[in-house]
Design a protein around this ligand. Sequence first.
Ligand SMILES: Cc1cc2nc3c(=O)[nH]c(=O)nc-3n(C[C@H](O)[C@H](O)[C@H](O)COP(=O)(O)OP(=O)(O)OC[C@H]3O[C@@H](n4cnc5c(N)ncnc54)[C@H](O)[C@@H]3O)c2cc1C
Length: 481
Amino acid sequence: MAERLATLVIGSGFGGSVVAHRLTAAGERVTLLERGPWRDTQPMRRRGLPDRRPLPAGAGFCHHLLYRLSGPAGLRLPASNSGLFDIHYDPAMSLICSSGVGGGSHVYSAMNTRPARSDYWDGHADGVDAASMEPHYDWMLGVMGARAPATGEGVPGFTGDDLRDHPQLTAELDQPPLGFDFDGARFRDNSYFGSPTGEKRTLDDLLLAPALEQGLDLRAHQEVRGIATTGETPYRYRVQVHDHERKRMHYLLAERVVLAAGTLNTLKLLFASRAAGELGALPGLGLGFSGNGDQVALWWCHDEADLSAGTPTHGRLALRGAGDEPYITRFGFNGIDRMPLPEPLRRKLRHQAILVCMGEDGAHGRLDWHRGRLRVAYDPARNPVLGQINKTLKAIGQGTNTSVRFLRRRPFTVHPLGGARLASTPEEGVVDACGRIFGHDGLHVADAAALPAAPGRPPSMTISAWAAHVSDHLLTTGETP
Ligand SMILES: Cc1cc2nc3c(=O)[nH]c(=O)nc-3n(C[C@H](O)[C@H](O)[C@H](O)COP(=O)(O)OP(=O)(O)OC[C@H]3O[C@@H](n4cnc5c(N)ncnc54)[C@H](O)[C@@H]3O)c2cc1C
């Protein structure tokens, strides 16, 4: 007989961790399924969590790098269940996300910001607005202990120090608060490949391990493959799960399901379930997809300093006199010591930089389901911010007499969002103001897929604020099992 659960959360990134933490703290019975493993970092060792898997490093770098590489034409490369990255290749826009307990907090750059617009949450659906979301941002920024470095503090690579007297560039901008332990003072190896010593603060340590102590039932290596309605109460949903460790499929029954598998995988689950004849028509599914205006460039700047030291990002920069937009941040090759590279290349890369840009892209994209695979429709021409970003990157190269290289034709995003967006009607979106999927009591979306627009800034705090908002509804609307 299938196991019976109260609240089932799928995925342990920013959305899933927040919901699991807040519901457990309020005394709810919560089971969280995460497809990836616990990561072997110092904070998790200190907590004595069993069965931790390494972050990519040294000889095992490639083995632990990739969880999955998929694409619309059936592209699928062999990967590892303990791999860190999940990449969906699509000619229109590729999507990059991660796998493991704590989700994107292991691979992200720790920028913890509010959206570009203070009215971001206004006007999408009655019951959600900027004022009511504000306490959720405050709470999450407090959880992360986020702050921006100060000039003169001695944080290696900080643009506020490095560019103070630069003739063409300025860092006199609102610098992003970082979820980083500045007191740990280990300013190396906190990168896209994780933070083995834990200076980059991650959700396994901040929200999930504490919730375990309060009764959270967290099961790693469990990948949800489908969601069906039972037509019965109280166990309204039947969830198909693949156990990566035992290599077998099993089923769970749940009173309530919260989807938080990240945009790519929440959308795959919703499309697959709809294609299997479950969940009805969901006419708004796939609408409002956005890549948050992402553009990444290699900046061949030949800096004298070793730019691979410092925080995960060095902070923002802009052309002098060009204003606040687009949002451009500089990175060194932090984490390069763990990559299996020839020494001369490693030495060279220490002095180069990466520029990561974002902006409000209008969220005009659309995700679709074609022969059992996700397909992306995204027209850069409808998103002028991308042209503005490319122009600025070119101007930085010309102004500083350095080479700035970026891809114009094959966009990719590390900030995919929307597709199951918040809206007033099922024709415009997928979830209502409580995060509930239209027409499906007890089925909620609490991750980036539900965002109604591009924040134009790093989105993790906006996702967390949404998840906190959804949690409050789950606790107060009488939907509690
Ligand atoms: C390289 C990189 C740098 C970034 N830097 C920043 C930054 O500095 N600031 C910022 O705000 N954002 C940053 N981001 C983006 C940020 O990481 C994401 O926006 C955020 O993690 C999304 O949160 P989420 O809860 O929607 O999904 P995720 O954090 O991706 O969590 C989803 C979780 O669900 C699990 N999962 C997926 N499918 C299933 C399934 N079927 N069954 C069970 N579990 C499943 C996944 O393994 C994952 O753990 C960065 C992203 C990347 C890739």
